[in-house]
Design a binder for this molecule. Structure first.
Ligand SMILES: [Zn+2]
Ligand SMILES: [Zn+2]
Length: 164
């Protein structure tokens, strides 16, 4: 099976919001910044980055909450209006074209382990970084880390958003 055409469905806890990623994501971030720790109430956030036009809302609707972010450029968090679970967000620096889907809201979250660990400078000390997965003290340049196919998708996405 071509992984490019693999779909992944997910949703919130109460079941009102259901969504589909129509292809595999561009890349999966495990973020250890303090903001993600606070927002998840946990030790890191696991986000699958995917073009907004590769997602479908299957049921329900999302409520978009503007929040401050680590970089100061803001974050729009899409939440279920009933149970308030965050299903994805858009960051100010990457805009509306790319969604950061909360991997834990997928029906099969095991399918998307992290491709990179970021902001490891603030990772909780008990968490041992796995050997073989790139890790960065803060952010990184996609050109140096992403596979060619994802870079091509990113370039196409940027070209589309500049046309608008
Ligand atoms: Zn819900
Ligand atoms: Zn973070």
């Amino acid at each position: 099976m071509n992984s490019e055409t693999t779909t992944s469905d997910g949703g919130c806890t109460c079941g009102f919001v259901r969504y589909r990623m129509t292809t595999k994501p561009l890349f999966v971030h495990c973020c250890h910044c303090r903001w993600c720790q606070r927002e998840t109430g946990s030790s890191f956030a696991l986000n699958a980055l995917i073009e907004a036009d590769r997602m479908q809302l299957l049921a329900g609707e999302v409520e978009i909450i503007d929040m401050p972010s680590h970089t100061g450029k803001g974050q729009k968090v899409s939440r279920c209006p009933r149970c308030h679970i965050a299903v994805w967000s858009n960051y100010g620096e990457t805009g509306d074209a790319v969604r950061f889907v909360r991997v834990g809201t997928l029906d099969e979250p095991d399918r998307l382990p992290p491709d990179v660990h970021v902001f490891t400078a603030s990772k909780q000390p008990w968490f041992v970084l796995p050997p073989g997965t790139p890790a960065f003290a803060d952010l990184y340049k996609p050109n140096e880390v992403w596979p060619k196919e994802s870079l091509e998708r990113r370039a196409a996405m940027l070209a589309r958003s500049q046309q608008q």
